[in-house]
Design a protein around this ligand. Sequence first.
Ligand SMILES: *[C@@H]1O[C@H](CO)[C@@H](O)[C@H](O)[C@H]1NC(C)=O
Length: 414
Amino acid sequence: MVQKEIIYHTMGLWRVIILSVCTGFGWLLGSGAAQPGSGAIPNTINPIALGQKWASKVPLASVSIDLTEIKSEKSTFEFRTFDPEGLVFYGDTQKGTNWFILGLREGIPEMQFTRGDSVSYNWGGPKLNDGKWHKLEVESEGRFVKLWVDGSQALVGGLDSVTTVHQNYLEGPLRLSLGAMLMEEEKLFHPLVLAMDGCITKGNWLKTTKLWQKEPDLDPKFCMDDIKSGSYFSGQGLVVFNTSDTHSLPVLSLPAHLTSKGDIIVEIEGELSIKGLTGSLVNIQTHDRETVVTIISKNEELLINLGAEVHTLSLDSHVETLALIFTKDKILVECGLKNVHLDLREPQDWQSQWKNGLIITFGGVPDVSYRQGSDYLLGCLRRIKVQDQEVDLDRALYKDSSISSHSCPYLNAQ
Ligand SMILES: *[C@@H]1O[C@H](CO)[C@@H](O)[C@H](O)[C@H]1NC(C)=O
């Protein structure tokens, strides 16, 4: 078990230890238990999918609890994801002056919380992004916040001040939220890609009976019964990357063993030959929005638009990889043992095109506005790689909310 505590001092005066009379972080950890009635989330029954509103700053659900109503400093819930990074839940008092988040980074739990001007950052414990349900418990104990995973203690964080006059951090209502934070992202100690393709259920938040306010169009169906790892495209939207954005796509350089193959390599893995996978797999446009290549899956065939040429490739069964390889002189499309290519009329400098901003779209062909398009993909892609590195759809320039970035329905579950 990895355990790591980092205490961050925004003011030199703050120290890690000890005021014996201490308010604790209990205020952070609560939330409304499930109660039938209008406006309430049947939290004990229906799982809530956290990733159903792309880039929304408005929580899917939130609750504000009077501190006198809090009966326990412990919150428990079950959580399931394949997503390595994102927000699990947020809590605060005094309208965000003191805040807490539980998140995941590289699949490992992370807590960030404040006390006055100081921020505590804590990362450690078991990897949770294995697609199985895990029971999480978060408890405040004096100057510490503790996280249990499946009954074992996984992470402990602490923070206090020795120099400052004791302040009452427990003023005002305690707020909790799911799906988005109630403060600006910039306040985080360690920035996090907040989007989380995960589900929460069976919540018992500080044993209060306060009802949660939910978004009117919260979709309970979004949380699938059985899942497998992959990206699920529901036939309603697309996801767009701009290669000049280094935060969302890996750096251009390919690993040494691939540089002889090409300058840019885009790969899609999945059951490409199965019936039912229909729509545009990938579309690549130049900075000037001119399409270089589009590959559409239809009736177990690939329609490949390369420059002005159109090719059809029938898919052999069990073909699992589609690769687009860009070299100075040609663009090559490889699928299983078959391939087609386009000889370029003039040599291309893909490195500078990449830096200028190539638009790579999965699951559709974007219109002038990248938020719209056509030929939306229906089906599951196991993995998307650009320059030999797995792409995280949560980091895209734009992703339609209907796309599950890290989970696909698992239909054959017995
Ligand atoms: C992609 O990024 C480049 C460079 O920042 C910018 O000029 C271009 O407009 C971006 N394209 C889109 C579609 O956002």
